[in-house]
Design a protein around this ligand. Structure first.
Ligand code: SF4
Ligand code: SF4
Length: 188
C-alpha cells in the first residue's frame, strides 16, 4: 500500500533462525553493552556532592545591588517589571524621607520588591532594562522549597548585604565602568 512518506516497511512472519531462537547471543550482546556503559566514562555526576562549573554568563538568582556607599540602587521606576515577559516582578514605590539618604540612593525607592521565582524564566530582560544597574542576575541557584509562597522572593532575599565583604559579585557577567558608569555585559 502506498503511504504518504513512502517509508512503510512490510512485516513478514519469517521463521527465526536457530541463533535467534536460542536468545543467548542477544542476551550476551545486551550484557556487553551494559558493561561497556558501566565501566565507561559517565555522562552523569553525583550532584550535589559534585557540581559542574557554570558558564560565565549563567543567569541565576537575582540580586538587588547597593552602591559604593551601601545605599540601595533601585529607584522603583518599574522598568524591570514592564520588561519582564513573565510578569514576575511586583514593586511598590515609596518616597524617601529626610534622614533616609544613607539607605536609598534616589528620592524614590522600592518599599516592596518581589520576584515570583516560579514565573521567572531567567531571561535577563529586567537586568537589561534597569537604568540604575540595580537588578542583576547572578550564578546562584534558586533553592528548592516545599510550598509556593517560598518562591516569592522579597527584598530580604534579593537585596545584597551592606558589608563590603558580603556583597554579591557580579563581575563575571557585568562590569560597570567606574569613570563613565557605562555597563559592559559579557554575552558568551
Ligand atoms: S529574568 Fe526575565 S522573567 Fe525573570 S524576573 Fe527578570 S525579566 Fe522577568
Ligand atoms: S530594579 Fe532597576 S528597573 Fe527595576 S525598578 Fe529598580 S531601578 Fe527600576
Amino acid at each position: 500500500m502506498q503511504t504518504l512518506t513512502n517509508r512503510a516497511k512490510v512485516v513478514t512472519n519469517r521463521k527465526l533462525s536457530l541463533k535467534e531462537r536460542l536468545y543467548l547471543p542477544a542476551i550476551a550482546n545486551g550484557l556487553r553493552i551494559t558493561l561497556k556503559h558501566f565501566f565507561g566514562k559517565k555522562a552523569t555526576i553525583s550532584y550535589p556532592e559534585q557540581q559542574r562549573p557554570f558558564s560565565p554568563v549563567f543567569r541565576g538568582q537575582h540580586v538587588l545591588k547597593r552602591d559604593e556607599e551601601g545605599r540601595e540602587r533601585c529607584t522603583a521606576c518599574g522598568l524591570c517589571a514592564v520588561a519582564c515577559p513573565a510578569e514576575a516582578i511586583t514593586i511598590v514605590a515609596e518616597e524617601r524621607k529626610p534622614g533616609e539618604e544613607k539607605l536609598y540612593r534616589e528620592e524614590k525607592y522600592a518599599a516592596v520588591y518581589e520576584i515570583n521565582m516560579l514565573r521567572c524564566i531567567f531571561c535577563g530582560f529586567c537586568e537589561e532594562a534597569c537604568p540604575k544597574q540595580a537588578i542583576c542576575l547572578t550564578e546562584r541557584i534558586t533553592l528548592p522549597d516545599y510550598n509556593r509562597a517560598g518562591f516569592i522572593y522579597g527584598k530580604d532575599k534579593l537585596v545584597e548585604p551592606v558589608e563590603a565583604d558580603r556583597r554579591i559579585d557580579i563581575t563575571k557577567r557585568i562590569r560597570i565602568n567606574p569613570g563613565t558608569g557605562a555597563v559592559e555585559r559579557k554575552t558568551t
